[in-house]
Ligand binder design. Structure first.
Ligand code: C2O
Ligand code: CU
Ligand code: CU
Length: 501
């Protein structure tokens, strides 16, 4: 039987970001195509059969994006974005987190099941300029494409805009056995999708571009490359796509409607491949796609688009024929029954602009909004209270867990939502039901991943607790952070610009 090929983006069309008053359309770059930058793999400081040791350094630098002046940027062991970090399921991992920036930052492991709130690296775990913190954790989750980004509330958005985001790939024995491309940089390609605005002398100016509903720019970047091309030297190519944008949604398709298979989502490989000609990623989502270029000849070019803008040109070179077929079934995902007797946790994402809130409240670092027993399997219902007429899709993200999406408005989930997720786009007026289990104790944030919305307070936190071993947490407070930023910048605390506060 022929496989079903989906040809729509699934999300509600009237809620696309293109309908925002403040929408900034992408422009097709005038600069000549350049090779897609492939971030190098971060070398471990030391590796044993059981342990990996890394140093991740946040640093300031300059990056050549456009002809002319270089742009002042930040990155992780890199000028902009970061070297790609590879973890292995089951390994004890030890990381020195070095802050060589002039201001405090945090190192958040988005999508990793690690203890919160310190190892997780949200707002409670600042690393001050010139200092190094150390974290240790055991990787215990399936192979996946996750990421690292800065998360110092409420300056997450500015720091990510400057470049503090990197891809983090988890490997395991199950994924190793699947017939998927996995030669990094050759047929297994990271693609961090972002947009930026270039001001005078090619510089970023976050403050000038500020929009409380999310900052956007006219220029698309893939791994920091403007107008990239990629030379296809194998018939099948796996793209690990990360929406690393502050606000932009990506609606991907090829210029000739080439069909592809989605094999992975945020939390790893999906139970079955889903065949499609279009896919939409809301902020922070990851999709792993396998593209079969078998029908093209050397010299052909096929272009990955977002809406009507070209994003990356795939230039077909000679390659060996490859008749590998994806199996109909990829991995098993444990489908645990909800813990009996638990009430459904109801959450609302409210408002737009400065009015954004979570459950009707603005985020408070010192307030724990909810509690869930470690190991319990709970149903959460996330409602986007925006109006269906002029609301927006809010990507709902939870730290420290990978959840399953159960239903959209009591109906089926999208065909590519049967795998593990840590971020799910919720349409205006919609209720998305998810199943959440924390395997570790800790305080974890949950929020809209339009980064200006989280900075603006559409965020809350939950404690995963063990009744037999109660813990108290030292939670960060706004005053400490504001004073620290003021000291670093040499200004009075009341003069620190904190967007969203
Ligand atoms: Cu990408 Cu609070 O996280
Ligand atoms: Cu996160
Ligand atoms: Cu939002």
């Amino acid at each position: 039987m022929a496989k079903k090929v989906y040809t729509d983006y699934f999300f509600d069309e009237p809620a696309y970001n293109t309908h925002d008053g403040g929408y900034i359309p992408l422009v097709t770059p005038k600069t000549a195509p350049q090779p897609l930058a492939i971030p190098p793999l971060l070398k471990p400081d030391k590796q044993t059969a059981t342990d990996d040791y890394y140093t991740v350094k946040a640093q300031a630098s300059e990056t050549q994006f456009l002809p002319g002046k270089k742009t002042k940027t930040w990155g992780y062991n890199a000028g902009f974005l970061g070297q790609t970090i590879v973890f292995r399921n089951g390994k004890k991992t030890h990381i020195d987190l070095k802050n060589a920036l002039p201001e405090l930052t945090t190192f958040h492991w988005h999508g990793l099941n690690v203890p919160g709130p310190i190892t997780d690296g949200g707002c409670h775990a600042p690393v001050y300029p010139g200092e190094t913190n150390h974290i240790d954790f055991k990787v215990h989750q399936p192979a996946a494409t996750t990421w690292l980004h800065a998360h110092p509330c409420p300056s997450t958005a500015t720091q990510v805009w400057k470049g503090l985001a990197a891809m983090v790939i988890i490997k395991d024995d199950v994924e190793d056995q699947l017939p998927l491309p996995r030669n990094y940089g050759v047929d297994d390609i990271p693609m961090v999708l972002q947009d930026r605005e270039f001001h005078e002398d090619n510089q970023f100016d976050y403050k000038a571009d500020y929009d409380p509903d999310g900052v956007q720019g006219h220029t698309a970047l893939v791994n920091g490359t403007v107008n990239p091309y990629f030379d296809v030297t194998t018939q099948r190519v796996r793209l690990r796509i990360l929406n690393g944008s502050n606000r932009r949604e990506w609606r991907l398709h090829f210029d000739d409607d080439l069909a592809f298979a989605q094999v992975g989502s945020d939390g790893g490989i999906m139970p079955e491949p889903v065949y499609m000609t279009k896919v939409m990623l809301t902020c922070a989502e990851r999709d792993e796609l396998v593209i079969d270029f078998g029908k093209y000849q050397p010299g052909d070019e096929v272009t990955l688009m977002t809406d009507d803008t070209p994003l990356c040109h795939f230039r077909i070179k000679a390659f060996e024929p490859d008749d590998t077929k994806l199996p109909d079934h990829l991995v098993d995902i444990k489908d645990e029954a909800p813990t009996p007797g638990l009430p459904v946790r109801k959450i609302t994402m409210d408002g737009m602009d400065e009015q954004v809130a979570m459950d009707g409240k603005k985020f408070d670092m010192q307030r724990i909004d909810a509690r869930q027993k470690v190991g319990d399997v709970a149903i959460w219902e996330i409602r986007n209270t925006n109006s269906t007429k002029n609301g927006m899709v809010h990507p709902f993200h939870v730290h420290g867990t990978q959840f399953q999406v159960l239903a959209r408005n009591d109906g089926p989930v999208y065909p590519n939502e049967h795998g593990l997720k840590d971020t799910v786009g919720v349409n205006p007026g919609e209720i998305v039901r998810i199943k959440v289990k924390f395997e570790l104790t800790g305080v974890y944030m949950y929020h809209c991943h339009i980064i200006e919305h989280e900075d603006g307070g559409m965020m809350a936190q939950i404690e995963s607790y063990d009744p037999d071993h109660p813990k108290t947490y030292h939670l960060m407070d706004m005053e400490t952070l504001r004073n620290a930023f003021a000291k670093e910048k040499g200004v009075k605390p009341e003069d620190v610009w904190m967007p969203g506060c």
